[in-house]
Write a protein that binds this ligand. Structure first.
Ligand code: GUN
Length: 432
């Protein structure tokens, strides 16, 4: 709640100046005594102020009282606190019809009772007209960052209670550049949240026997909480055997067949990270699933299938599943049927790696569209490589109610969920 008698200061980015007058009117909430609106002072040549300039403004203004930061820069340190947002400044949301997310700073507000808000960067490029029509953007990057902040705090507390830091070991075989990048990102995220990370690299001629022996050593090592073997492994190594060799308690990828079995039975387990990330996005964006129609496009064992499991299962059981009516479509679903199923769905989740498979005419108005597909393509205009999803994003966002971008949607959530699983594994192992 905005405290009585405090000042609300708005630092609005230059591009949001068009909204300034309306913002000021709207923010004259009965609980706010006074509003002062500060233009972003440090804009150069029409560009948004740098992060450090905004931070300076932020620091100098926050002593005045409640501070609302309307910014087109996503600040890492803002974490998402939906209650405060809904209770105190729904006016802002009404005004900027399509404000995708409002972040409030948990640490600072809990100390001083301030409400600190930042509208995300997606507001800035939309015109007023388009704002009322476009889907809400699901900012996976920001949500993942929020989750990492929450985890960081929890891990600090865990260590203060006398436990050692959680430890994650990644096994990387061969020199595939994409696998290298994925593992590097995971290790960076681990360090960021306070998880000790180790990468063991092996050349692609490692034998299956050698690999399984090393995994067994890690299974037995009390200093290791989480083990992941980056996939794919070379052809001469049996991937299923490798996944099953990681002990269930340390299987932070959730790929061991016993963990998958537990997931299918709605039992408490380590759940694969991408499906868990999709579930978390849906929850944090408050997208209703109970009794809703969901179409999952793609039936892979690590992504499509577990997503369908989480979405359809009974929310009263351990996996906190989502009670939806789920249809799984795949490569043999005729295109006309795929379109028909998607069109009837309240939520479409696609994970095929086929760019442009899901077009706007296949989306029901107001539906949520979660795009798990990531494909590297050459941009025909710039000639540069870029990442695209399965959805024709530019058109689909004119129809959908919520939509994830690619990149910046589900991708960052996978890494955040890996961190979450590692911490869960560490806590479970410490109990034993
Ligand atoms: N390769 C592609 N995605 C993944 C993943 O989520 N986990 C592992 N271990 N390997 C991958």
């Amino acid at each position: 709640m905005t405290p009585m008698g405090t000042t609300t200061t708005i630092i609005a980015s230059a591009r949001l100046q068009a909204y300034r007058a309306t913002l000021e009117t709207k923010l004259k909430h009965p609980r706010c005594m006074k509003i002062s609106c500060t233009q972003e002072t440090n804009t150069k040549g029409g560009k948004p102020a740098s992060r450090s300039n905004l931070t300076q403004n932020f620091s100098s203004e926050r002593n005045l009282g409640t501070l609302a930061v309307i910014s087109d820069i996503t600040w890492k340190r803002f974490s998402y606190e939906k209650k405060r947002y809904y209770h105190s400044l729904s006016g802002v949301r009404d005004l900027l019809k399509r404000v995708r997310m409002v972040h409030s700073s948990k640490n600072q507000s809990s100390q001083k009772g301030e409400v600190i808000l930042a509208c995300d960067r997606f507001v800035r490029t939309d015109t007023k007209d388009s704002l009322s029509k476009m889907a809400k953007l699901i900012d996976g990057k920001q949500i993942a960052s929020d989750i990492r902040s929450e985890l960081r705090e929890q891990i600090v507390k865990w260590i203060q209670q006398g436990h050692r830091a959680p430890q994650l070991t990644a096994i990387l075989i061969g020199d595939d550049p994409a696998s290298n990048t994925y593992v590097a990102n995971k290790m960076k995220a681990a360090t960021d949240v306070g998880i000790v990370s180790k990468t063991e690299r092996y050349s692609s001629d490692i034998t299956e026997e050698q690999l399984l022996r090393r995994i067994e050593e890690l299974n037995l090592d009390d200093a290791v909480d989480g083990i992941l073997v980056q996939l794919p492994v070379p052809d001469h190594i049996n991937e299923r055997k490798v996944c099953n060799s990681v002990s269930c308690g340390k299987d932070v990828d959730g790929f061991n067949e016993r963990n998958i079995g537990r997931l299918c039975l709605d039992m408490n387990t380590l759940i694969p990270c991408t499906p868990l990330g999709v579930q978390e996005l849906i929850k944090r964006c408050q997208i209703e699933t109970f009794g809703k129609n969901v179409v999952v496009v793609g039936r892979s064992k690590n992504v499509g299938m577990p997503i369908a499991m989480l979405l359809h299962a009974d929310g009263r059981n351990d996996t906190c599943a989502m009670d939806a009516t789920v249809t799984i479509c795949h490569r043999f679903t005729p295109p006309s049927e795929l379109a028909r199923f998607c069109k009837s769905a309240d939520i479409v989740i696609t994970a095929t790696g086929v760019p442009g498979l899901i077009t706007a005419d296949m989306i029901k108005e107001g539906a949520a569209v979660i795009d798990v597909g990531i494909t590297r393509v050459v941009d025909p205009v710039t000639g540069k490589n870029k990442l695209v999803g399965d959805v024709d994003y530019d058109e689909a966002r004119k129809v959908a109610g919520h939509i994830t971008p690619v990149p910046g949607g589900v991708g960052p959530m996978t890494v955040a969920m890996l961190m979450k699983n590692t911490f869960i594994a560490a806590k479970n192992l410490a109990k034993k």
